[in-house]
Design a protein around this ligand. Structure first.
Ligand code: NAP
Length: 284
């Protein structure tokens, strides 16, 4: 292996240590940062993610409640709950853990959430602020990616970036954040032609696809930086598998994020950091 590891887990520990200091300072002023979560009660993966988020939040001294969203929850009940949490001054961040049960309209719920407590940065109002270069909470996963690049002092300005994936929570905002740092960005998707050739042009390649090990080593330009946001379950294999074939890509890249231990931990750290920032704003 020639690539150096972009260690998101180690960086997340640094971020979480710094959060403890910020949380202690808030507690001295009588404010306990609180992140509440609405989660589909029948989705074991979502419940596991939420449990991890609450555990890390508690370790940083934060508080948080979870509310079950079930097959019986109506759209109106969901909107009412979001309204109640938005009106509660003790709640600083609200997370709608994706996916919610299929009968519910997530976008309508996110619009009801608005930007103020949207610490996951995925409400249309938050995304609009990103597009407009206005301050606001940025989507946790792309924010985690940006923090990794910043920490490891990976140059972005003027670099050619290919982001594979155009989802609202990951590919698109990642592309916009990289554009803000003056990269020249191409967004690829399922209908992109000659994807491997396109990827070989990238100085920084971001995979946000949801297809296990789709990106092979020979898609990577020698010396490129590879960010693998993918988390995929593969039958017969333990744990999560990235969108990049680590074995071959790490022979060619200069830097690469592992899965697990790359983008995932920095997503949670960035979410909690946004929630603490939201609590800090109440002092302003
Ligand atoms: P998504 O909403 O399913 O979007 C996937 C994107 O990949 C779509 O834009 C799709 O294109 C594109 N795509 C699918 N197949 C393709 C192909 N063969 N060639 C090129 N593009 C293709 O997924 P997501 O929510 O963005 O998540 C992507 C991955 O990141 C998943 O593995 C997910 O588990 C992971 N994830 C990780 C974190 C984290 O904390 N690390 C957070 C969120 C998600 P079209 O738009 O044309 O369909």
């Amino acid at each position: 292996m020639s690539a150096q590891i972009l260690d998101g887990l180690a960086l997340s520990r640094i971020v979480r240590e710094s959060l403890k200091v910020r949380v202690d300072a808030l507690r001295e002023k009588g404010i306990i940062p609180r992140l509440d979560v609405l989660v589909a009660a029948q989705d074991p993966a979502s419940l596991a993610y939420v449990k991890m988020k609450h555990t890390w939040a508690a370790k940083a001294g934060m508080q948080g409640e979870s509310y079950d969203v079930t097959a019986d929850t109506t759209q109106q009940q969901l909107i009412d709950k979001i309204g109640e949490l938005n009106a509660n001054p003790l709640v600083h961040g609200i997370l709608l853990q994706h996916p919610l049960p299929a009968h519910l309209d997530e976008q309508e719920a996110l619009i009801a959430l608005g930007a103020e407590k949207d610490v996951d940065g995925i409400a249309p109002q938050s995304l609009g602020r990103l597009v407009a270069d206005l301050p606001g909470f940025r989507c946790a996963t792309p924010l985690g990616i940006m923090k990794i690049l910043e920490h490891y002092q990976i140059p972005i300005q003027g670099k050619r970036v290919v982001v594979i994936g155009r989802s609202v929570i990951l590919g698109k905002p990642a592309a916009l954040m990289l554009l803000q740092k003056h990269a020249t960005v191409t967004i690829a998707h399922s209908r992109t032609v000659d994807l491997p050739d396109l990827c070989r042009e990238a100085d920084i390649l971001v995979a946000a696809v949801g297809r296990a090990e789709m990106v092979k080593g020979d898609w990577v330009k020698p010396g490129a930086v590879v960010i693998d946001a993918g988390y995929n379950k593969v039958e017969g294999r333990k744990g999560d598998v990235g969108d990049v074939e680590f074995e071959s890509a790490s022979q060619v890249a200069s830097w690469i994020t592992p899965v697990p231990g790359g983008v995932g931990p920095m997503t949670v750290a960035s979410l909690l950091s946004n929630a603490v920032e939201s609590a800090e704003k109440t002092l302003a």
